[in-house]
Design a protein around this ligand. Structure first.
Ligand code: ZN
Length: 312
């Protein structure tokens, strides 16, 4: 083999190997995929958040559920409906699973309830549901060591019925962290989020606070204690670490007919997007991203060139 050819091949291989390192994915890269435009599309166009809409027991409830299902399915998640009984009727949580490639039994859950109190429920809680959808869209594009489960819960407003059914049915799972996003789009003015949960959830709460500081675009947070009024609570009742990520107190339209995207100067899409960035940052950190397969292929290609040159 020509000596100069060997050197050329070595250099070419080295360049390929070095360029492959650029394909390693950082949490920041993933967080930067979160899009305010896409979040806005989900909240305004897919979740029936306009004046007169009713995701309580109205027609828009099932229509929203179908849209959530189709989005999860479209991202390539293992999508299903988890049925449960409330007041003699069957209702459904929408579940999308992104299975981990190294530790599939280690599970992280992010959820939000899509039902409302017979109103458009733009902030409570289409805002969190759109957040789960955007987190699912972004995170489904990457591979992670551990499994992520995205859930849109039903019948939260009747007493956490859907999330309690899910947590009970999955009490044997190895759920290492659960976040409920519930009311994340009304900015009371302080650009502040609150993280609720029991002391047994303190490590998770701190990790989420760290993610807000690192990826929240200026969002700040305060850590608070037990608050059993959202879908994280049933997971804590089963012994899992779980927390509620929520806006600061003060929403004047809470449980009102004008909790709608049509109400002027109400929904803060940028603030909500920063909430979603924080949750995505937390999940990507906890589940550990796998380098892009493209990087491995380029390394392999470089080695192949080397071997072929050696044989020449
Ligand atoms: Zn709510």
């Amino acid at each position: 083999m020509n000596r100069r050819l060997t050197i050329c091949a070595c250099i070419a291989a080295l360049v390929l190997v070095l360029s492959s390192s650029a394909l390693a994915v950082s949490v920041q890269d993933i967080v930067d995929d979160v899009s305010q435009a896409t979040y806005t599309h989900y909240l305004d166009d897919l979740l029936y958040t306009h004046l007169g809409h009713d995701r309580g027991f109205g027609a828009e409830h099932d229509l929203a559920r179908t849209n959530i299902y189709n989005e999860f399915d479209g991202y390539g998640l293992d999508t299903s409906l988890h049925g449960f009984t409330y007041s003699s009727n069957t209702y459904y949580n929408v579940v999308g699973v992104h299975t981990g490639t190294v530790r599939p039994d280690d599970i992280y859950v992010v959820g939000a309830h899509y039902d409302s109190v017979n109103n458009p429920g733009a902030d409570d809680n289409a805002s969190g549901t759109a957040g789960v959808m955007e987190a699912a869209r972004v995170l489904s594009q990457y591979d992670f060591e551990a499994t992520m489960v995205f859930i849109a819960f039903d019948r939260e407003e009747q007493g956490l019925v859907g999330s309690d059914a899910y947590a009970q049915d999955h009490s044997g799972d190895n759920i290492l962290g659960m976040i409920s996003m519930d009311m994340i789009a009304y900015n009371a003015g302080q650009n502040k989020a609150t993280i609720y949960g029991r002391t047994s959830s303190d490590p998770l709460k701190q990790d989420l606070a760290d993610a807000i500081a690192a990826y929240g675009n200026g969002l700040t947070s305060v850590i608070a204690g037990t608050f059993d009024a959202s879908d994280h609570a049933p997971f804590e009742w089963q012994g899992f670490q779980a927390s509620l990520l929520i806006e600061d107190w003060g929403n004047p339209y809470y449980h009102q007919a004008n909790d709608s995207v049509d109400t002027p100067n109400y929904i803060d899409y940028g603030f909500a997007t920063n909430m979603v960035r924080s949750t995505v940052g937390y999940l990507a950190t906890a589940t550990v991203v796998i380098p892009e397969p493209g990087g491995i292929m380029i390394v392999g290609f470089g080695i192949l060139i080397l071997i072929r040159r050696r044989r020449a």
